[in-house]
Design a protein around this ligand. Structure first.
Ligand code: GLN
Length: 180
């Protein structure tokens, strides 16, 4: 499987390491020509969603990626990646891809001290370690989406059509977990 990891900013190295550990053929997406390599899955890493979104536009990657996402390319999105996909960002008129029917609140657990670990159920598997890093919260989710994990009563991972998206970082504690 060929996995393209968006590598313009943020925790793309961790995302690459995760997919390599899953046996994928991993390459970095930094410019438009990288998309010509063909990909079976797009991985959107954590980082700073505002910076990533702006770079996607400046680098001319945004429209091509949106077309692929909306066209059914499997997407694995973490944290900032989820924010880029969300249809709505609370208290913010910005919408990036707008491809995932969820609303999110950025930095929902506090800005600096908002990073923590917990353990929970993921898609029916108990005891999955979950690392939150300045994570967003999912404040609303379409009934058509499947909620895969919950923390404090709010969804923390969802699957909808071709997209699986997390507010936490599965790539950091993956172990034997195969999220998709
Ligand atoms: N706080 C970041 C944002 O709002 C997301 C943090 C992360 O990706 N770990 O974009």
């Amino acid at each position: 499987m060929k996995v393209g990891v968006l590598s313009v900013q943020g925790a793309f190295a961790e995302m690459e390491a995760y997919w390599r550990s899953q046996g994928a053929n991993v390459f970095e997406i930094r410019q438009r020509s990288d998309l010509e390599r063909g990909l079976d899955l797009l991985a959107l890493p954590g980082g700073e969603s505002t910076v990533q979104g702006k770079l996607l536009k400046d680098l001319g990657l945004f429209a091509s990626l949106k077309e692929r996402i909306d066209g059914g390319l499997p997407v694995f999105a973490v944290c900032a990646g989820l924010i880029l996909l969300a249809e709505k960002i609370e208290d913010d008129p910005t919408v990036w891809f707008g491809s995932l029917p969820v609303a999110v609140r950025r930095n929902a657990y506090g800005r600096q001290l908002g990073s923590f670990r917990t353990v929970g159920d993921f898609d029916g598997t108990p005891g999955v370690p979950m690392t939150f890093i300045r994570a967003p919260a999912i404040t609303a989710v379409s009934p058509e989406a499947k909620v895969l994990s919950v923390f404090n009563g709010q969804p923390t991972a969802v699957r909808w059509r071709n997209v699986t998206a997390f507010t936490w970082h599965p790539e950091l504690n993956a172990g034997g977990l195969r999220p998709i």
